[in-house]
Ligand binder design. Structure first.
Ligand code: CA
Ligand code: CA
Length: 306
């Protein structure tokens, strides 16, 4: 967090170029949304130009949502939320919600499984350079809406795609823990995380998609090459993601060897400091590989015997 604050101004200036450069992250930059307000049957889309509105409806049988919005006002401490919605099933009001969203948001209907009943997706943005995006899903189950919170995520959050075309939606995202850990945000390339919607919830199925993992690994490698040849070769954040991605593919040793041969020993000391639970500095790791190994164990990518 300390490093994050220190580098925030740099992050802001690099945000746009970063979005263009890092295809692998596939970040949906909330600042580059269409200026035109969309109101299709199953989507309400909000951007920085969207004026206040009341009770806009979207509908996909048997679900209907009524949405009201007013632009977020920083001058008013609007803690209660500027996006409100009521969700109906068969024209009966079943659930309501209220969220804060800043200059961007989406409420949509899309079926995430094979039950012919659409899910409601409420997608909001907290404001800031890229943090945080929040997605809430309402899933009809046992005659009521079950709310599934995908949590706060950085950099656009991720996207819903049915990767294997089986009718169960995947949430394709990346492991947020890797952002800011060993590099600035712009020089991070976190490993893939894939969740799928089955058994009424999202389950982590990342390793079930080796082809997708391999494609992203190739993008990481290209990104590594670009950055290592650049004026400011901040490669450790990319290599951290690369090793984790190799672990997901069952190729830990190869990934680790690559990292050892190519990591930056001089450029900075991102991620070497060790803090206790209260955020107090306890010491530091001697080098990047030691810090990375500890981090990969902590995050469950490696066990301590490896
Ligand atoms: Ca469904
Ligand atoms: Ca699927």
């Amino acid at each position: 967090m300390k490093n994050y604050l220190k580098n925030q101004s740099k992050l802001l200036t690099n945000l746009l170029s970063f979005s263009l450069m890092i295809g692998g992250l596939n970040l949906i930059n909330p600042f580059v949304t269409s200026a035109q307000e969309t109101n299709q049957n199953n989507l309400i889309s909000i951007d920085y130009e969207t004026p206040a509105f009341d009770n806009q409806m979207i509908e996909l049988d048997p679900i209907k949502i009524s949405v009201s919005y007013k632009p977020y006002d920083y001058n008013i401490d609007d803690e209660s939320g500027n996006l409100t919605y009521d969700i109906y099933y068969d024209n009966q009001l079943q659930s309501s919600g209220q969220e804060i969203t800043v200059n961007w948001g989406e409420v949509s209907l899309q079926n995430f499984n094979n039950d012919n009943i659409p899910e409601v997706i409420v997608d909001t943005f907290s404001g800031g350079a890229h943090c945080c995006n929040k997605k809430i899903i309402y899933h009809w189950q046992n005659d009521q809406f079950n709310q599934i919170d995908l949590g706060f995520r950085d950099g656009g959050g991720g996207e819903f795609r049915d990767l294997d075309q089986d009718g169960n939606m995947e949430f394709v995202t990346f492991d947020n823990a890797f952002l800011y850990r060993f590099s600035s945000y712009v020089a991070s390339f976190p490993p893939t995380m894939i969740l799928t919607f089955r058994n009424d919830n999202f389950e982590n199925v990342t390793t079930e998609y080796p082809n997708y993992l391999r494609e992203t690994l190739n993008e990481m490698y290209q990104r590594y090459q670009e950055v290592s040849n650049s004026e400011y070769p901040e490669v450790n954040g990319i290599l951290a993601g690369y090793v984790a991605q190799k672990i997901l593919l069952g190729e830990y040793e190869e990934g680790w060897e690559f990292m050892l041969a190519h990591y930056d020993q001089n450029l900075d000391n991102w991620g070497l400091d060790i803090y206790d639970d209260n955020g107090e500095l306890m010491g530091s790791y001697p080098d990047f590989p030691t810090a990375l190994e500890a981090f990969l164990i902590e995050q469950g990518y490696l066990n301590s015997e490896q």
